[in-house]
Design a protein around this ligand. Structure first.
Ligand code: C2E
Ligand code: CA
Ligand code: CA
Length: 753
C-alpha cells in the first residue's frame, strides 16, 4: 500500500488486509468507484509537472466519507502528498499548503516505520488489492504520537496502473480505538461503521435476488441518527426509501435502477427525499452494481445529504443571475428569459415588447439622500413594477439606473401596458425610514419581431429608444425608430390622444331625431358622439370608435356620453321642455360586467330622471354569441324601464329569432336596406318580411338612413313605425334640439326641417 505507515508496535496480520478489503467493498472497492467510472477530472497537482488523472468519484467519495477527518492524496511513485483537505491541520498540525509536495515521511513516527510502510504498501500492490483498512501510529507536528485508523484506496491510471492513493485518517485517541491488531474483522467493521456515522448520509449495500426481491445487506450512516430514523425499518421494508423520493426523481430513479440491473451501469443521481416526519433534503446517490455468483445483483453505494451544497448552488445561481441591490433578475437572466420567450412567440407568431426604464435623477437622489436610500428606492420601484405587470412579464435590472421589463402584449394593448409602467411613478415612494421620494421615468421600447429577432438586438433597440427619450424634452417614452414599428407608434399616440380627450371631456353627444312615419312627430333622439377638438375640428365617430373598441377605451367613452346625455336631458327638463326617449349607443363590451348598469343607476336614476328616458342601442354584431351574460344585465336594466334597440339590423348573421330571446324593444333596420329599397326588389322583399316579423314579435321598427321622401313613403307603406335620416336632420349639437322639443311640449304644426 501506500501511505500512512503501518503502525510501529506490531506487524500487520493478514487479517488486517483481508478484512480491510471486505470493508472496502462497502465504499465501492476498486471496481466500484475508481477505475470503471471514467468521469475524470484533470488537475495539475503535486510537484511534478505532468498532469494527473484523478477520478472525481474517488476523491468525492473519500471527501464525503471523511466528514471532518483528514484526507490525503499521495503519489505512489514518489510518496509525495499531492493534495489534502483542511482537516489535516486539526489532526496533524500542518496547514495543507505546508504538506503539499512533501513526502509522507513527516507524518510518520520515524524513518523505520516509514520504510516498513513502503514495503507493506508494495506487498498490497502486488497482491492486487485496491483498498484496505487498518490502524497505525502517526506523529503530529509537535512530535506527539497518536493512534489512527485508515481507510485507503488506490487510484489507477488509464492503463490500470496504480499511481496514487487516497487515505482517510481518523484520530482514534479519544474514542479509545487504539490499534489492536488481531481483532480483525469485527474491529474493522466497527471502525468502518464509526466512519460511516460521520457521513452526512448513509452507506449501503443493496441486493436484488433473481426473484426480484430487494434487501439491504449493509446500512450505516449519520443520516439515520440525525433524523432519528431506524435503519431496521428500511431493512424490513426496502422500498420505504423509494416512497420518500419525490417525483419526478422517483420515476427516474426506478428507471435508472432497472437499467443498472440489466446492464450493470453505475447509478449517479441527485434526488429530493422527504425524511419521514422531517424536511425534504437533497440526496446524491452513487452506487456500483455487480453480479453475484447466484445471479443476484448487489449495489454498493452511498447516499449523501447534499442539501447544503444545493442551497449554496442555488444561492450562487441567484447571485450570478440577480442584481444584488434590487434582487431583480440581472441583464443575463433577462437575456435568457428573452431567448426563451422568443422561441415560444415565434412559433405562435405573437409579439411582445421590451421596455427599458430609465429612472430619472438617480444621481441627484443618491447625492441628496445617500446611496443606501437610492438603492432602497430602486428596490421599491422594482417591487411596484413587479406588482403591476402580468404573470408572463419579467422585471429585471440592467445597469445602475436601468430597469428592464419584458411585456407580453397579447391580452393588453401596448399603450395600456406602458401606462401601467408609468403609473408606478404616480405616487412617491416611502422608504424604510419613512422618507418619501418622488421619481419619474423615461421609457424606451423595442418590439418583437419588428425591432429585432434576438435578445441582444431587442435590448440594444430598447436602449437606443431610451436614449432618444432621454434626449427629447417632455418625451416620456420613445419607440425604436424602425419603420415597421411606425404604425404601432402612431397607434399608441392616437390612443393616448383619445384617452386624454375622454378625460378632458372633449367628446360630446350630438342628437339626431327619430320621427314617426305616421305623422313625422318626434318619437326619439339618438345621441351620436363627436370629438370636438380644442382647435375647433369636429371628428366623426368612425375615426375613433374602432380604436376605442380595440383598446377598451370604449367603456370610458360610453360612460362619458351617458353622463353627458343625462345631464343634457336634465337641463332640457329644467327648462320646461318635453323630452322623448334619448338613445345612447353602447358597446356590447359593457354587457360583460355590471359597470354600465351601475353607471346607469348613478347617472340616470339617482339623478332623478325617469328610468326609461335613456334608451340603449346595441349593434347586432357586437353582441356575439354569448347571450347569457348580456341577457342578465339587460334584464336588470329592463326592469328599471330601460328600452333596448337592436342597431344596424341586417348587417350581421343573427336571426331575428335568436335576437328575440333578448329583451329588445326596438329594431333598427340598417341603412343598406333602406338605400336599396327603391332599386332592388329582392332587398325590398326582405325588408318587408323583416318589418312583418318584427311586428309579429311586438318590436317597434325604426328605419335608419332615410334620405328621400320616396324612401319614407315606401317604408310607411311597408308598415315601418319610424325613421331617422338626413331627410329630417343629421345629428346636431344639443342647442339645436330645443326647437323640436317644444313641438313635443305641445306646439302642433311645427315644420320638419
Ligand atoms: P349608428 O349607431 O348606426 O349611427 C347612425 C349613423 O348613421 C350616424 O353616423 C349618423 O350620423 C349616420 N346617419 C344618420 N342618418 C343618415 C343618413 O340619412 N344617411 C347617411 N349616410 N348616414 C346617416 P355617425 O354619427 O358617424 O356614427 C357612426 C357610428 O358610430 C354609429 O352608427 C355608432 O355605431 C357609433 N357611435 C356613435 N356614437 C357612439 C357612442 O356614443 N358610443 C358607441 N359605442 N358608438 C357610437
Ligand atoms: Ca345607433
Ligand atoms: Ca345604426
Amino acid at each position: 500500500m501506500v501511505d500512512p505507515l503501518k503502525f510501529s508496535r506490531t506487524a500487520p496480520t493478514s487479517a488486517d488486509y483481508s478484512a480491510g478489503e471486505g470493508n472496502a467493498e462497502y465504499i465501492g472497492g476498486r471496481g466500484a468507484c475508481v477505475t470503471e467510472r471514467q468521469h475524470k477530472i484533470t488537475a495539475p497537482v503535486g510537484t511534478n509537472d505532468h498532469r494527473y488523472q484523478i477520478s472525481s468519484e474517488g476523491l468525492l467519495q473519500a471527501v464525503f466519507l471523511a466528514g471532518d477527518n483528514p484526507v490525503l492524496l499521495v503519489e505512489i511513485r514518489t510518496r509525495k502528498i499531492l493534495a489534502c483537505n483542511a482537516a489535516i491541520e486539526r489532526v496533524f498540525g500542518y496547514r495543507p499548503s505546508e504538506l503539499i509536495g512533501c513526502e509522507t515521511e513527516v507524518l510518520h513516527v520515524d524513518k523505520q516505520s516509514y520504510q516498513a510502510f513502503g514495503e507493506e504498501s508494495d506487498r498490497v500492490l502486488y497482491q492486487g488489492s485496491g483498498s484496505y483498512h487498518s490502524h497505525y501510529w502517526m506523529r503530529r507536528r509537535d512530535g506527539a504520537r497518536f493512534p489512527s485508523e485508515h481507510l485507503v484506496q488506490l487510484i489507477y491510471d488509464d492503463d490500470g496502473e496504480p499511481y496514487a492513493s487516497i487515505s482517510i485518517v481518523r484520530d482514534v485517541t479519544e474514542t479509545g480505538d487504539a490499534p489492536d491488531i488481531g481483532k480483525a474483522h469485527d474491529a474493522q467493521e466497527t471502525g468502518f461503521r464509526a466512519l460511516a456515522k460521520s457521513l452526512p448520509g448513509f452507506v449501503y449495500q443493496r441486493v436484488r435476488t433473481p426473484d426480484g426481491t430487494d434487501r439491504y445487506t449493509f446500512l450505516a450512516g449519520g443520516l439515520f441518527q440525525r433524523y432519528g430514523l431506524d435503519p431496521d425499518v428500511l431493512r424490513a421494508d426496502p422500498s420505504a426509501f423509494f416512497r420518500g423520493v419525490l417525483e419526478p426523481e422517483r420515476h427516474e430513479l426506478e428507471d435508472e435502477i432497472g437499467r443498472s440491473h440489466c446492464l450493470l451501469t453505475p447509478i449517479d443521481m441527485e434526488v429530493r427525499f422527504r425524511v419521514p416526519d422531517g424536511p425534504v433534503i437533497w440526496l446524491k446517490l452513487m452506487s456500483q452494481p455487480r453480479r453475484l455468483d447466484d445471479g443476484s445483483v448487489a449495489w454498493d453505494g452511498f447516499a449523501l445529504d447534499i442539501s447544503q451544497e444545493k442551497d449554496s448552488e442555488q444561492r450562487l445561481h441567484h447571485l450570478a443571475t440577480h442584481d444584488q441591490i434590487t434582487g431583480l433578475p440581472n441583464r443575463y437572466q433577462v437575456m435568457a428569459y428573452l431567448e426563451q420567450i422568443i422561441a415560444g412567440v415565434r412559433r405562435r407568431k405573437g409579439r411582445f415588447a421590451v421596455a427599458y426604464l430609465d429612472v430619472r435623477g438617480m444621481t441627484q437622489i443618491n447625492e441628496a439622500y445617500g446611496f443606501a436610500r437610492g438603492d432602497q428606492l430602486l428596490r421599491c420601484i422594482g417591487e411596484r413594477l413587479n406588482g403591476c405587470v402580468g404573470p408572463r412579464d419579467l422585471v429585471g435590472r440592467s445597469h445602475s439606473d436601468g430597469l428592464l421589463v419584458v411585456l407580453s402584449i397579447d391580452d393588453i394593448s401596448l399603450a395600456d401596458a406602458l401606462r401601467r409602467l408609468q403609473s408606478v411613478f404616480d405616487q412617491p415612494f416611502r422608504l424604510a425610514d419613512d422618507a418619501m421620494i418622488s421619481s419619474s421615468v423615461k421609457i424606451g421600447i423595442a418590439l418583437y419581431p419588428e425591432d429585432g429577432s434576438t435578445a441582444e438586438d431587442l435590448l440594444q433597440a430598447a436602449h437606443t429608444a431610451r436614449d432618444h427619450a432621454r434626449r427629447t424634452p417632455d418625451c416620456e417614452y420613445a419607440f425604436y425608430a424602425r419603420e415597421l414599428g411606425a404604425q404601432m407608434r402612431v397607434r399608441v399616440h392616437e390612443e393616448q390622444a383619445l384617452r386624454d380627450a375622454i378625460e378632458a371631456g372633449e367628446l360630446v353627444p350630438y342628437f339626431q331625431p327619430q320621427r314617426s312615419l305616421a305623422d313625422r312627430s318626434l318619437v326619439g333622439l339618438e345621441a351620436l358622439v363627436r370629438w370636438e377638438k380644442p382647435d375647433g375640428q369636429l371628428v366623426a365617430p368612425d375615426a375613433f370608435i374602432p380604436l376605442a373598441e380595440e383598446t377598451g377605451l370604449i367603456l370610458a367613452l360610453d360612460l362619458l356620453v351617458l353622463r353627458k346625455v343625462a345631464a343634457q336631458i336634465k337641463a332640457w327638463l329644467a327648462d320646461g321642455l318635453s323630452v322623448p326617449v334619448v338613445s345612447v349607443n353602447c358597446s356590447a363590451h359593457q354587457f360583460r360586467s355590471s359597470a354600465f348598469e351601475e353607471a346607469y343607476r348613478r347617472e340616470v336614476i339617482s339623478a332623478g330622471l325617469d328610468p326609461g328616458i335613456v334608451g340603449i342601442e346595441i349593434t347586432e354584431t357586437s353582441l356575439g354569441s354569448d347571450f347569457a351574460a348580456a341577457n342578465r344585465i339587460m334584464n336588470s336594466l329592463v326592469e328599471l324601464g330601460v328600452r333596448f334597440s337592436i342597431d344596424d339590423f341586417g348587417t350581421g348573421f343573427s336571426s331575428l329569432g335568436s335576437l328575440a330571446q333578448l329583451p329588445f324593444h326596438t329594431l333598427k333596420i340598417d341603412r343598406s336596406f333602406v338605400s336599396a329599397i327603391g332599386t332592388d326588389g329582392r332587398q325590398r322583399a326582405i325588408t318587408e318580411s323583416l318589418i312583418r316579423m318584427s311586428d309579429a314579435l311586438g318590436l317597434f321598427v325604426i328605419a335608419e338612413g332615410v334620405e328621400t321622401s320616396a324612401q319614407e313613403t315606401r317604408l310607411r307603406r311597408l308598415g315601418c313605425d319610424a325613421a331617422q335620416g338626413f331627410l329630417y336632420s343629421p345629428a346636431v349639437p344639443a342647442a339645436d334640439v330645443r326647437g323640436w322639443l317644444r313641438t313635443v311640449a305641445g306646439f302642433q304644426d311645427v315644420a320638419v326641417e
